[in-house]
Every structure is written in C-alpha cells, then in structure tokens.
Ligand binder design. Sequence first.
Ligand code: SAM
Length: 215
Amino acid sequence: IRGRDKFLRQYNTYIEEGRIIPEAPKYKGRWRELFGNDNPIYIEIGTGRGQFISQHAVQNPEINYIGIELEYLLLGRVGHKAEVAGAGKNLIVTPADASRLTDFFEVGEVQRIYLNFSDPWPKNRHTPRRLTHSNFLKSYREVLDAHGEVHFKTDNRPLFEFSLNSFAEDDWKLSKITLDLHNSEWAEGNIMTEYEQKFSEQGVPINRLEARALP
Ligand code: SAM
C-alpha cells in the first residue's frame, strides 16, 4: 500500500479516538454497550476505503454501523473518510477476517449485513473463499436476528449467479433482485462504494439482491 506510514499513523490515531476497535472478539455480545444504546446494528464486510459505510452512518444516526476489513491499513483511510464525512459515534470499524464472524457477534446480535463488491475468487478451488459461500451464509444466519437481512451488490455476474444459487440452496428468501441497479426502481437513495463508482463509470451494470434467512 502506498503511503503506508501515513495510514499507520492514522490507524493508531483512530484507535485512540475509539473509531477503530482492534480486538473485535472482546465485544462479542457487548457491541450495544460500546455504542451506549440499543439501536440496530448493521455491519459491512470488506469496507474497502469506507465511502459506503461513512455516508450511511451520517444519513442514519439511529443505526449503529460496524465495518469489518481484513486489510487493517485501509482502516486508517476509512477513519479519515468517516471524519471528513462527519460521521458520529454510530460508526466503528474493526480489522478482522469475516470467516471468524461468530467469534465477534453473539447469536442474533446483528440486524443487517452489507456485502459490497466482494472479491469474486473465480477459480473453482477458491469457491469457499467467496463471501456468499454456504459456510459464510451459515455464520450470517447465526449472527443475524430473525428479521435480519443480507444486502449484496456486485459488478461480477458469475459471482452474482453463484450467490443466487448459494442463498437459495441455504433457504434464504430473495427479494429486490436486479441485474442493473442504477437503472432500476432501487436506484434512488443508493449509496455508491468506491468500486461501484469505478465500474459504473466504465458502464458496467451493478447486480443487487436482498436476502432473509427462512427459519
Ligand atoms: N466494499 C468496497 C468497495 O465496494 O469499494 C471494497 C471492495 S474490495 C474488492 C473487497 C474488500 O473486502 C477488500 O478491501 C478486502 O480486503 C476485503 N475482504 C475480503 N475478504 C474479507 C474477509 N474475509 N473479511 C473482511 N474483509 C475482507
């Protein structure tokens, strides 16, 4: 990553300010205590540079947001973006691997999961790394409450088709499916991620779905 020293400095600053929480497992079952309220918890897996979650947090102060990102150095940038956007204490980010999600969240602790432009892992032998693989869906089902939802966006059509099957096979009810989000009835109010902006400038249509786990 270019500018590594700067991101490391930012990373440490945002830990001191409480925006970055370096040890997610410590807060399993206790995130609402940390936020200091009983508001719903929405998480984004793979926040990248943080535009999506920062803007959501500014627009929806009554929702608690937790961004999970594997590349901890990116979180310095996310912290900066959140600060510039004017995000309040309802946004926290944490360096963590989503494959350990059930170590960070208690059963039913989460109300919504956002997956945005997740890595497609096109090779067959890497299928289990896709964030919509059945192993991940099982952990989402565990941490989401009974009405919890997954909202998924991707430019990658093969990943989208894989995901439709994966959700269906694991008994999730799908809704608001579109193969061209920006020209659909759900375009209004859509907050774009950095990847989404890049792909849509290139004319690539964006796929989107919502999924709810059936009991
Ligand atoms: N969501 C952002 C966007 O749309 O601009 C970033 C998309 S980028 C292709 C995928 C991001 O997911 C990367 O920043 C990567 O580090 C992160 N990621 C991939 N696998 C992850 C995992 N298992 N847990 C947490 N983050 C992950």
